[in-house]
Ligand binder design. Structure first.
Ligand code: HEC
Length: 148
């Protein structure tokens, strides 16, 4: 009689063990889907927020200054000695160029270069397209035009 009791106790214990393992696994799976869901929700919320900012942000010199840094225009340009040492200086772009000239260049450097080949000391356009929103372009224009 002793052996069967031990056997039953053993099998009960191993069943308990298996159930625990199963419970743990489903718990961790649950936790996993939770975080995935939360992540997705957060991503959508951030994207929506960004879209709203992009749609409603007003044009300003201050925003232009921020965008100049944010989009790293200084990789190829310099202002007051800050930025790319060999890059094109934008220090007095506001007295050299009209707002329209600056706007057209930022909006589509390639097209603008081809339209005004004599305005530049180079044979080809080296500024990549910036793909900016209209209010971003306008803000950059307002900012750059203050540089005299
Ligand atoms: C990869 C290098 C590069 C980046 C990045 C770049 N530019 Fe340029 N940019 C140039 C070059 C080179 C020229 C000279 C003309 C040309 O090649 O199109 C130029 C010309 C200009 C001009 C015309 C200036 C003039 O007096 O003729 C403006 C304005 C300008 N860039 C603004 C910007 C702004 C604003 C940004 C950032 C949003 C920017 N650039 C980013 C390379 C760059």
């Amino acid at each position: 009689m002793k052996i069967p009791i031990i056997a039953i106790a053993f099998s009960l214990a191993s069943m308990q063990f298996a159930m625990n393992a199963f419970a743990d696994e489903s718990k961790s799976q649950n936790a996993h889907t939770q975080t995935e869901k939360q992540k997705k929700f957060q991503q959508t919320a951030t994207a929506k927020k960004k879209q709203n900012v992009r749609k409603t942000a007003p044009v300003s010199i201050a925003l232009g200054k921020t965008l100049y840094k944010q989009y790293q225009c200084f990789d190829c340009h310099s202002i007051a000695g800050k930025g790319c040492a060999n890059g094109m200086k934008l220090d007095s772009v506001g007295s050299k160029r009209t707002k329209n000239f600056i706007r057209e260049h930022i909006a589509d450097p390639d097209k603008h270069f081809d339209k005004n080949p004599k305005a530049f000391d180079a044979d080809l356009n080296l500024m990549p397209p910036q793909n900016l929103e209209p209010y971003e372009i306008d803000s950059l224009v307002e900012y750059l035009h203050t540089l005299k």
